[in-house]
Design a protein around this ligand. Structure first.
Ligand code: LLP
Length: 424
């Protein structure tokens, strides 16, 4: 469910017309809907309302300050994976004690920064990291709360590049090693290891892998307690999928997910932490692009638009499918033809959609690439010296440019010439 709908013949974000935004901001641009962000957060929060649960938005999915501030206002905590994301969460007004710091490669400087900020907990992924964190915390005279990330060796049945819970993935510690590591960690100064973390992957569209993982989490929590460890929180990760194909592939409803959590973990008297990213922000955002040219290829049409793989990498990197909608409703009735929607970047892999039966778009048409709110703008780059795409946040009939398009001078001005190449 989202708030991008046709009104008066053109696609709107809530009550703001996209042709108007395109005229005022230029293309391409990302556009986010506050109502959709709020709805997704609220549906999830309501689903968990009977449980002792904290929703920590996964900042990596969309780290725009406007989006983070929207989440913060709703009461969300945050899951961060770098000092940069931690700084963003704090700048958006999130209390430090609602922040979890995850990731396989936290540096000692990052650990110290997070400890000084007083974050809730670290999700630690290896024995050397436990030792490093203990050392940093003891050096600062503080205690770091820790959940050990355990790799349950569960197949999330998602794209290989976004599957994280198989034993061959780099994430977490092996399930069978966990009891030894909890005991080893108890002997380290500066640590309070009182949580368990699992995250098995992203864009998961079936509850079964979650069920397998939560069962293993439950067993581990009981085993650890039997061994005398105090387990106060269970971080169940993120990963719930979104419908990239419209209604054709609806992921499990948050209510069903919450029921599963309650059934398998609800009696353990541990606070549940969730780290959803995509399900909150995925279809709350679109990428709007303008058609530059249309040309006939051998057997199919190429619609060349002004957005490219550097702006939305998902199709290139994961063969990801994003629906493509014409902004003018009337265009939907143009004859359809087999086509690729491609960008100006000099790479064969530069496409936003391939082999689609879509209306024959014409130059100047506006196109919306749907469900681009998660892992869209955050993964963009300036490849081909293209300017980062601006981001717009809509709220009702209002909009704010939450990241302006930089100028070429700003982009090129980031570089410096070394002494021997500078003019005297
Ligand atoms: N927690 C951890 C430890 C994670 O690694 C991730 C995502 C999340 C939470 C949030 O997962 P979500 O609820 O968004 O599925 N760039 C890829 C997705 C990478 C996901 C990385 N980790 C894509 O565009 O599909």
């Amino acid at each position: 469910m989202h708030h991008f709908t046709y009104k008066d013949g053109v696609l709107h974000a809530e009550d703001v017309s996209l042709p108007r935004l395109a005229a005022e901001v230029g293309t391409p641009f990302y556009c986010y809907s506050t109502a959709t962000l709020e709805r997704h957060y609220t549906v999830l929060a309501d689903a968990f309302s009977g449980q002792d649960a904290v929703i920590c938005f996964a900042v990596k999915a969309n780290s725009n300050q406007g989006v983070l501030a929207t989440m913060a206002r709703l009461g969300a905590g945050m899951d961060v994976v770098s000092e940069g994301e931690l700084r963003r969460a704090r700048a958006a007004g999130v209390a430090a004690d609602k922040i979890i710091f995850a990731g396989v490669g936290k540096s000692r400087d990052e650990m110290a920064y997070a400890l000084r900020e007083g974050i809730f907990s670290f999700n630690v992924e290896s024995e050397p990291e436990l030792i490093a964190l203990s050392d940093v915390a003891a050096g600062l005279g503080v205690t770091a709360r820790v959940a050990l990330r355990v790799n349950p060796d569960v197949d999330a049945k998602t794209h290989a590049k976004i599957s994280t819970g198989k034993s061959e993935n780099k994430f977490g510690v092996p399930y069978l090693d966990a009891p030894r590591l909890y005991t080893a960690a108890r002997a380290l100064p500066g640590l309070d290891v009182s949580g368990i973390h699992m995250h098995i992957g992203s864009q998961i569209t079936d509850l079964a892998p979650f069920r397998d993982a939560f069962r293993l989490m439950r067993d581990l929590a009981l085993d650890l307690r039997r061994d005398g460890h105090e387990i106060h929180h269970l971080d169940i990760g993120g990963g719930l999928g979104v419908p990239y194909h419209g209604d054709a592939d609806l992921p499990p409803h948050p209510d069903a997910y919450a029921r599963l959590v309650k059934d398998l973990l609800g009696d353990l008297e541990a606070r549940i932490y969730l780290e959803p990213g995509r399900m909150i922000v995925g279809n709350a955002g679109i990428l709007v692009t303008r058609v530059l040219y249309a040309k006939a290829g051998a057997g199919k049409r190429f619609t060349i638009v002004d957005a490219a793989m550097n702006d939305l990498l998902r199709p290139t990197l994961y063969e990801a499918y994003h629906e493509v909608w014409p902004v003018a409703a009337a265009r939907a009735s143009s004859p359809k033809s087999l086509q690729d929607i491609v960008g100006p970047v000099c790479e064969t892999g530069d496409y936003l959609a391939t082999d689609r039966e879509l209306p024959a778009f014409e130059p100047d048409d506006l196109i919306a690439v749907m469900t681009a709110g998660a892992y869209g703008a955050v993964m963009s780059s300036t490849y081909n010296t293209r300017l980062l795409v601006p981001e717009i946040l809509v709220c009702g009939a209002e909009y704010g440019v939450v990241r302006p398009r930089p100028s070429y001078d700003e982009l090129i001005g980031l570089d410096r010439l070394p002494r021997w190449l500078s003019k005297a």
